[in-house]
Each structure stands twice: as structure tokens, then as C-alpha cells.
Design a protein around this ligand. Structure first.
Ligand SMILES: NC(=O)c1ccc[n+]([C@@H]2O[C@H](COP(=O)([O-])OP(=O)(O)OC[C@H]3O[C@@H](n4cnc5c(N)ncnc54)[C@H](OP(=O)(O)O)[C@@H]3O)[C@@H](O)[C@H]2O)c1
Length: 185
């Protein structure tokens, strides 16, 4: 029953290029040979920001194209946006904005005994952290640098620092780092 930020990141701390490309990520390994299948089975609710949702629309769902596919998550998904983004037919997607705290309460209620997955981006996860709602970071550190891009977690977390709980290699493409987020008083 944890609220987890699970993501891949470049070695220099970016989860996408400045123009939201993930082309650097997929050649590095097969997601089914990482912790992802087990991780996602234990997820009961997801949250993501508008850019991440738009990436999913462009690259996974592709509505109106011959490659069109279903939304990949059976769990309810909360999408943070100030805009009227298109929904995906047949998917449980809830568009929200503003304070993450009431949304987190609704996510927790929907997830039951399962975990809450903060998909990204980094600032949205930072908003959950600011509210004391982030429990764990699980980062697949990819064996590439990007130089610039969309940040992993644009916050200063130094005191107390994160607590490293596990390190695992997946081939030569990824080092997975898990951190617990200490609760401040
Ligand atoms: N490497 C990986 O495994 C991985 C994982 C996740 C995501 N990604 C990629 O990383 C990139 C992340 O993009 P990003 O940094 O722009 O972050 P993002 O969180 O996906 O999108 C940011 C946008 O979400 C909306 N938003 C955020 N907080 C909000 C709030 N409290 N209320 C209302 N709207 C809010 C705003 O959009 P509006 O105001 O325009 O609505 C904001 O500009 C994407 O390209 C995604 O595909 C990569």
C-alpha cells in the first residue's frame, strides 16, 4: 500500500528529451525482463501529467490510426491537466487539476490494498512529495546520458536524504535503484 514513483531515467537525470522523445529508452532492453511486470501487477491506481498522457496517446493508443490500440492499464488513471484532453474509449481515465491531496485520497480509496503508481512527470511527482505523499522511488537508471530533457524529480531532497533500499542490474542497460522516502515530522 505504497505510493511509488516508478520510472526509467537517463544517467544524468532525465526521463524524456526536451521534445518528449523516449526513443533512447527502448533499445536498452525488454521491459518484460525488468521488474515492470511484477510491479504493475501490484498497482491499483495511476496518476500522470498531461505530457505523459499525450505521449501515451501519440505512441500507444494512437486513436484514429490503423495502429490504434486499447489503453494499456486496467486500473483507474488520474490525469492532471488544465486543458480538455481527449479521453480514451473504454478506459477509466479521470481528468483532474490542482491540489494533489484530494486526488491522492481518491486514488488510495480506489487502490485498496494495492499500490499507487505515480507515472510522472517529475514535477507532478514533486507535488506529491511536497504534500508528504510519496513513499518510494524506483528508478531504472539507463546507460545513456541526454544532456538535457524533462527532469526526473526537480526537487531538493537532502535532509533527511532518501534511503537506498535496493540495487539491481538488468542486463547492461539498466541499474534499478529503489529508495524509501523518509517521512519528516
Ligand atoms: N522515462 C520514463 O519511464 C518516463 C516515465 C514517465 C513519463 N515519461 C515522459 O516524460 C515526459 C514528462 O513530461 P513533463 O515533464 O512535461 O511532465 P508531465 O507531468 O507528464 O506533464 C506536465 C503537465 O501536466 C500538467 N500538470 C502537472 N501538474 C498539474 C496540476 N497539479 N494540475 C493540473 N495540471 C497539471 C500541466 O499541463 P497543462 O497545464 O498543459 O495541462 C503540466 O505542464 C513525457 O514526455 C513522458 O512521456 C517518461
Amino acid at each position: 500500500m505504497a505510493t511509488q514513483y516508478y520510472t526509467a531515467s537517463s544517467l544524468d537525470g532525465f526521463i524524456a528529451t526536451p521534445d518528449h522523445s523516449l526513443d533512447w529508452l527502448f533499445p536498452l532492453g525488454d521491459v518484460n525482463e525488468t521488474s515492470y511486470p511484477g510491479f504493475v501487477r501490484a498497482v491499483g491506481a495511476l496518476a500522470m501529467g498531461a505530457s505523459t498522457y499525450e505521449w501515451m496517446l501519440r505512441h500507444v493508443v494512437e486513436p484514429g490510426t490503423p495502429e490504434s490500440a486499447a489503453w494499456p492499464y486496467r486500473q483507474p488513471t488520474w490525469v492532471f491537466t488544465h486543458r480538455a484532453l481527449p479521453p480514451v474509449a473504454g478506459a477509466d481515465i479521470r481528468f483532474v487539476e490542482g491540489d494533489v491531496r484530494p486526488v491522492h485520497r481518491a486514488m488510495r480509496a480506489a487502490a485498496g490494498d494495492a499500490n499507487v503508481w505515480l507515472v510522472g512527470g517529475g514535477d507532478l511527482v514533486g507535488q506529491f512529495h511536497d504534500a508528504g505523499l510519496l513513499d518510494e522511488l524506483i528508478v531504472q537508471v539507463a546507460s545513456v546520458t541526454l544532456g538535457e530533457g524533462r527532469p526526473l524529480l526537480p526537487r531538493r531532497i537532502t535532509s533527511p536524504p532518501l534511503r537506498l533500499t535496493s540495487v539491481q542490474a538488468f542486463g547492461s542497460g539498466f541499474a534499478e535503484l529503489r529508495y524509501a522516502v523518509p517521512k519528516t515530522a
